[in-house]
Design a protein around this ligand. Sequence first.
Ligand SMILES: Cc1cc2nc3c(=O)[nH]c(=O)nc-3n(C[C@H](O)[C@H](O)[C@H](O)COP(=O)(O)OP(=O)(O)OC[C@H]3O[C@@H](n4cnc5c(N)ncnc54)[C@H](O)[C@@H]3O)c2cc1C
Length: 457
Amino acid sequence: MKVDRPAVRIVGAGPTGALLAILLQRRGHAVELYETRPDPRGRPPESGRSINLALADRGIHALQLAGVFRDLEQALLPMRGRLIHDAEGGTSLQPYGQRPNELIYSISRHRLNQTLLEVAARQPGVTVHFEHRFESAEFDEGTALIRDLRRDRLISVPMEPLLATDGAGSWMRRSMNSAHLIDAHETDLEHGYKELTIPPGPGGSFRMADDALHIWPRGNFMLIALPNNDGSFTATLFLPKRGPVSFAQLSDAGGADEFLSRHFPDAHELMPNAAAEWQARPVGFLGTVSASPWHVRGEAMLIGDAAHAMVPFHGQGMNCCFEDCIEFDACAAGQPSWEAVFQQFGAARKPNTDAIAAMALDNYLEMRESVADPNFQLQQALSLELERRFPHRFIPRYSMVMFHHEIPYLTAQQRGAAQADILAELTRGEVSALSEVDFAHAESRINASLPPLREPV
Ligand SMILES: Cc1cc2nc3c(=O)[nH]c(=O)nc-3n(C[C@H](O)[C@H](O)[C@H](O)COP(=O)(O)OP(=O)(O)OC[C@H]3O[C@@H](n4cnc5c(N)ncnc54)[C@H](O)[C@@H]3O)c2cc1C
C-alpha cells in the first residue's frame, strides 16, 4: 500500500486507536500512534483492566472489514447464552438467540490488543510510539504536547488531524472541555466492580460450562463469569459502592469472603484465592461519558470510549468502538477537509452511540434482576417465537444489538421500545402461554407499528 496522504496522529493505542491506525494506513495515510503504556507485545497482561471481553457481530464485522479477524479467530470462545445461577444453587440456560450463528464470544483483552498492535505496527507508514503520553493541546496554535516518558522530554506535534482514542478518562476530552470548546459530562454509576478468578481444573479443564456467560443475579448486585482459553473464568462482581450492601461495607477480606460464600456459594467454592484477590484488586469505576461536539475544528476528534464510554452491561463498548472506526474510515474517504470528516462522523454516529449507552444502562437491571423474573422469561420466550413467525418485522432487541450490525443502534432502541409495548400487552395478567388468537392480535400490532426491516447485508 502506497503511503501518500497526509499524516494522521492518533493518541491511545487501545482497541480503537490500533484498529483506526490499520484502517487509515490502508487508505494511504501515514500514521503516528502515541501510547502511554509500554509495548504490550511479548509481555503478560497488566492487572486492573477487565481481563476478557464479549465480542459480538458488530465488532466481528468491523474486524473482518479491516482484515484482522482471521488473526483472532483462534482466540475466541463461543458463548451461546446466559447460564443463570439462582440463589438455591439451580441453573438454567437462557439462549442469546435462535440461529446457530447467534453467539457471542469471550476474548482476552490482552490478546486482542496485542494482535491489533502487531498488525498495525507491521504496516508501512505506521509508527507506534510507546511510553509517549499526550499531556495537553494548544488549540489556538493547532499543536499537542506529548511527553516521551523514557527521555522525559516534551514533544510538540501538529494536530490537524489528531484522533484521540485515549479511553474513558480521555485527557483530550478534558482539555477540550476545560477550554470550553465542547460540553462533556461523566456520569458515575453508583455501582463499582471487582474482578476475581475461578482457576482451571486439572489439566486446564473448565470447572463450569465453558460455552455460556454465567450470571448470578441477586437484585441490587450480581456476579458474572466469562471463560478464558486456559480453562479459567474471570468473575466480576458488580455491587453498589456505598450503602448497607456495598464495597464500602466489605473492606476487609474476611467480610468479603463471607459475603461471597453467602450469596454465591457455588462460585465461591471455585475461587480459592478470592480473599487475597479481594485485597489486592481495586474497585473499578463504571460510568457513562457524553460529549458534544466530539471535535474541535479540523484539529482534533474524540473517537471510541473517549467520546462515549458506557457501562459494560450490554457487552457493546468495544464493539461500538470498532463500529466507530469503520464509520470514521468511510467518512474519511469522501470529504474534502478534516473538519468536514469530523462533522459528518459526529452527526451520523452520536445518535447511535447515545442509543447504545442508554440500552447498556437498561441492561444492568435486566442482568441483575429481570433475568430471574418469570414474566421476563415468558417475554423472552415469546420474543423468540414472534421472531420465528415474523422474522422481517420482529427481532428481539438484544438480538438486534448483538447479531445484526446492519441495524443501527438507534433503530434497535426505537423498535425495541415498540416491541416491549407489544410484549407487555400480550403478557398482561396471569398469562403463561399464548393462543393462536393472541398471535393473530400480535401480528396486527406488529404490522401496524414495525415496518419491515431490510434484508441483512
Ligand atoms: C468491566 C468492563 C467490562 C467490559 N466488557 C466489555 C465487553 O464485554 N464487550 C465490549 O465490547 N466492551 C466491554 N467493555 C468496554 C471496553 O473495554 C471499551 O469500550 C474499550 O476498551 C474502549 O476502547 P478504547 O480503545 O476506546 O479505550 P481504552 O481501551 O481505554 O484504550 C485507551 C488507550 O489509550 C491510552 N491512553 C490513555 N491516556 C493516554 C494519553 N494521555 N496519552 C497516550 N495514551 C493514552 C491507554 O493506555 C489505552 O491504551 C468493558 C469495560 C469494562 C470497564
